[in-house]
Write a protein that binds this ligand. Structure first.
Ligand code: GDP
Ligand code: IMO
Ligand code: MG
Length: 428
């Protein structure tokens, strides 16, 4: 079998958690491949809303395995809290969850270094979630990191102290207040003790053996393609490869074993944190979208910046990921707007272009919009695509033509039931 991949095509928060939950019945294994607790993946069903940070969004479906891959970074404090919240809902995490020994650990001092780095950047701050993501991946690529597998070594505490002390010196130089550290360390080691009770695996072997045995695997991405460390609007990005290639390095799946790629996008755009956002709306329409779409970060609670859909950016993401199926979410949010706009081109350095260029931070990218007639109907109540308003269908057909990939699923609300499948094949 080949592993399918599901990922966000914009700046994150496209609704990945919801869609993974909808698709999980078809799979045996759901595996996160990058990012960490900077992610907030929301699922809603039976009137309850759940937000997952490190744990794959297949965890609520019975008889599925959920794997946290080697590409993920784990904060034991947040991880334990997340699991405590799941146990209230009778989720048997000890049976349904496996952690890669090669996943890196976020130390309390990584979080402090994240905050210190943001402070030092002043107005140029990234707007990081302050979960320690950047510093942890820096230690990974700098070959200093601690991994989940290290917790099985007798000298783990010494390894921890060596890295902590190194960070401590750095924090001292940055004049960062470390008085909270002893308290955080106590909680962190409690988290480590808890992690030792979870199944630790060599996930690259597990995933490949499972594929060879005919099991079906869905790789779940975090963040979005426009936050990718290589291809996003650097430096206003996260510190991992969020694109499809990240699922190969983050799980050990060879490129020849990647199957379908589900690219998720909102019917408009949002971004949280700093960085360029060509279609951002600073007017009442932007505020209205934020209000109707309830656009507040699932991890930090920060308001999300809102704007119209950006085709050059989406085309770029479709290209980088080799998307085979598009999934549109939050289509319901646009109901009631008289007019809907879509950016088709940018004015960039005096020219009109239709692709995502190198440096929109310094040179700017002025959006050129195409206008569409809106629709008034509440999409949530509609059961068949035929019943959807004509102006909505025109919007969808336009996007399919521009992006060259079919939109096979449309999400019309946060609940797993609010989902319209246009091509039943994606469920089988
Ligand atoms: P993720 O990070 O990609 O998993 O997305 P988030 O969970 O951070 O943000 C998506 C938000 O939109 C969550 O609050 C979801 O419950 C909600 N959501 C997902 N799909 C839809 C949809 O089709 N319509 C509406 N109105 N809300 C949705
Ligand atoms: P999910 O998986 C939206 C943003 C932060 C910041 C930048 C860097 O829920 O879609 P970091 O903490 O990674 O160093 O922050 O990336 N960011 C996200 N934005 N959704 C996310 O995850 C994000 N994870 C990080 O706001 O701009
Ligand atoms: Mg999110």
């Amino acid at each position: 079998m080949k592993a399918d991949v599901l990922l966000g095509l914009q700046w994150g928060d496209e609704g990945k958690g919801k869609v993974v939950d909808v698709l999980t019945p078809k799979y045996d294994i759901i595996a996160r491949f990058q990012g960490g607790p900077n992610a907030g993946h929301t699922l809603e069903f039976e009137g309850i809303k759940h937000v997952l940070h490190t744990i794959p969004s297949g965890i609520f479906r019975s008889n599925k395995q959920n794997v946290v891959g080697n590409g993920v970074v784990i904060d034991p404090i947040i991880f334990k809290k997340e699991i405590d919240a799941l146990q209230v809902h009778q989720v048997d995490v000890h049976a349904a969850l496996k952690l890669s020994r090669k996943a890196h650990l976020i130390l309390p001092t990584h979080r402090m270094l994240d905050a210190a780095s943001e402070q030092a950047k002043g107005t140029k701050k990234i707007g990081s979630t302050l979960k320690g993501i950047g510093p942890t991946y820096m230690d990974k690529t700098g070959r200093n990191g601690l991994r989940i597998g290290d917790t099985e070594n007798d000298n783990f505490k010494t390894l921890y102290e060596q890295l902590r002390n190194k960070h401590y010196e750095m924090l001292k130089k940055m004049e960062f207040d470390t008085s909270e550290l002893p308290k955080m360390e106590k909680e962190w080691f409690n988290g480590i003790d808890f992690i030792k009770t979870i199944q630790l695996i060599d996930s690259e072997h597990y995933i490949n053996n499972s594929l060879n045995a005919g099991q079906r695997v869905l790789a779940e991405g975090a963040q979005g393609s426009m936050l990718d460390i290589d291809f996003g609007s650097y430096p206003y990005v996260t510190s991992s490869n969020t694109i499809c290639a990240g699922s190969c390095t983050g799980l050990g799946v060879p490129p020849s074993k990647i199957g379908d790629v589900f690219g998720i996008f909102k019917a408009y755009c949002t971004r949280v944190g700093s960085g360029p956002f060509p279609t951002e709306l600073f007017n009442d329409t932007g505020k209205e979208i934020a209000k109707i779409g309830n656009e507040f970060g699932a991890t930090t609670g920060r308001p999300r910046r809102c704007g119209w859909l950006d085709i050059p950016a989406l085309k770029y993401a479709v290209m980088l990921n080799g998307v085979t199926h598009l999934i549109m979410t939050k289509a319901d949010v646009l109901s009631g707007f008289k007019e809907i706009q879509v950016c088709t081109h940018y004015k960039y350095r005096g020219e009109v272009i239709d692709f995502f260029p190198y440096d929109i931070q310094n040179f700017g990218a002025e959006p050129i919009f195409k206008k569409f007639k809106g629709w008034g109907e509440d999409l949530r109540t509609l059961k068949s695509y035929e019943d959807f308003p004509e102006s909505f269908k025109i919007y969808v057909s336009f996007l399919e033509k521009e992006l060259g990939v079919p939109i096979t699923m449309i999400s019309t609300g946060p609940d797993r039931k609010d989902t319209l499948v246009r091509d039943e094949a994606i469920l089988n």
